[in-house]
Design a protein around this ligand. Structure first.
Ligand SMILES: Nc1ncnc2c1ncn2[C@@H]1O[C@H](COP(=O)(O)OP(=O)(O)O)[C@@H](O)[C@H]1O
Ligand SMILES: CC(=O)N[C@@H](CCC(=O)OP(=O)(O)O)C(=O)O
Length: 305
């Protein structure tokens, strides 16, 4: 690695008082998160750019090195789409969820628990930490059941049950495997695949898994990396902080729409289950997680109880 560090601001040339000030900025944050569990949801879109992906791996490794316990939950929607295209399999979505039949759930498991899981694990390992890739089936970690979805027919007003196939929702998260890995100094990297009755494989939305894992761990933070700076108001300005009640009002008055609805709902779910704060932040921004955790102003929108 080439050494490109600019030394002009090096503390060595400064007075003891100035040096103490520089450290004083960093230390409270390191102390605040020492030993804390931070769940990071890393979406499939955020993995696209090589530079950013390498930086993500380095940031997660750095968190571990400064005494934080990061737990990564990844997505892989675009990567599943690419594989389905190669296999000439069509896929359809209902409310942002992939309708998943028996043939498709095999592809989903192969891509999420295979290619993508090993890619994310590799990013962190190459940065000098030790990451271990698992999915919800390992250690029966994520017990899932078939997701029940209904839709009101606008003409008849009759509620219809939609069949999304093997799309699941977490029923129970057994955190023992996660604790065993973090306790041994390793970083769990979790693919959003769950196990149901009779060993059935379920495809679960990655935001949902991240929320459920953060809730079950009582994580200090859930960081949801996405493609906007956070929750934006009607004038497209970032809202730095929201309560659960603010989120509910934002959905009701139409400020929060589309893919942001399930995202904030999963954050609320995590917070209700015991996560101290869930943050929606921009995964396209270099060092997004570090800026949230280690600066006074934070980064993105934090949702707290
Ligand atoms: N109030 C809002 N603030 C920010 N984004 C919003 C808001 N309402 C809707 N959105 C939309 O939600 C999108 C994020 O959801 P989604 O595309 O599903 O994210 P991801 O692919 O990262 O899971 C944003 O790109 C934006 O178009
Ligand atoms: C049920 C369902 O839709 N599952 C998702 C799982 C991956 C995911 O959520 O990935 P992103 O975070 O990259 O969108 C899917 O099949 O695409």
């Amino acid at each position: 690695m080439t050494d490109t560090q600019t030394r002009s601001d090096a503390p060595a040339g400064k007075s003891a008082e100035e040096q103490a000030q520089i450290l004083a900025h960093a230390l409270p944050f390191l102390r605040r998160y020492a030993g804390a569990t931070i769940v990071v949801k890393y979406g499939g879109h955020a993995m696209g750019e090589d530079n950013l992906a390498e930086m993500f791996g380095r940031d997660i490794a750095l968190l571990k090195q400064v005494g934080v316990n990061p737990v990564v939950v990844h997505g892989g929607g675009p990567q599943i789409n690419a594989m389905l295209k190669r296999l000439a399999i069509q896929s359809t979505f209902v409310d942002g969820l992939r309708v998943t039949d028996a043939a498709m759930v095999e592809v989903v498991e192969m891509v999420l628990a295979g290619t993508v899981n090993k890619h994310v694990t590799g990013l962190i390992n190459r940065a000098g930490a030790l990451a271990v890739g698992i999915c919800g089936k390992d250690g029966s970690m994520i017990r899932a059941r078939k997701l029940r979805r209904t839709k009101q027919d606008p003409d008849s007003n009759i509620e219809r049950v939609l069949d999304l196939g093997f799309v699941g929702e977490p029923e129970h998260v057994d955190v023992r495997l996660i604790h065993a890995l973090t306790g041994a100094g390793l970083i769990p990297v979790i693919a959003p695949v769950g196990v149901g009755e009779g060993g059935q494989t379920y495809n679960i939305n990655a935001d949902t898994v991240a929320g459920a894992v953060a809730g079950a761990l009582g994580a200090t933070r859930l960081l949801m990396l996405t493609d906007v700076p956070g929750v934006l108001d009607q004038n497209k300005r970032l809202i730095p902080e929201m309560t659960v009640a603010d989120v509910e009002a934002g959905i009701a008055n139409g400020m929060i729409t589309g893919g942001m609805i399930p995202k904030v709902e999963n954050c609320v779910d995590a917070v209700r289950r015991g996560t101290k704060g869930a943050v929606i932040l921009d995964g396209r921004q270099p060092h997004a997680c570090l800026l949230e955790l280690f600066t006074e102003g934070g980064n993105g929108t934090i949702i707290r109880a």
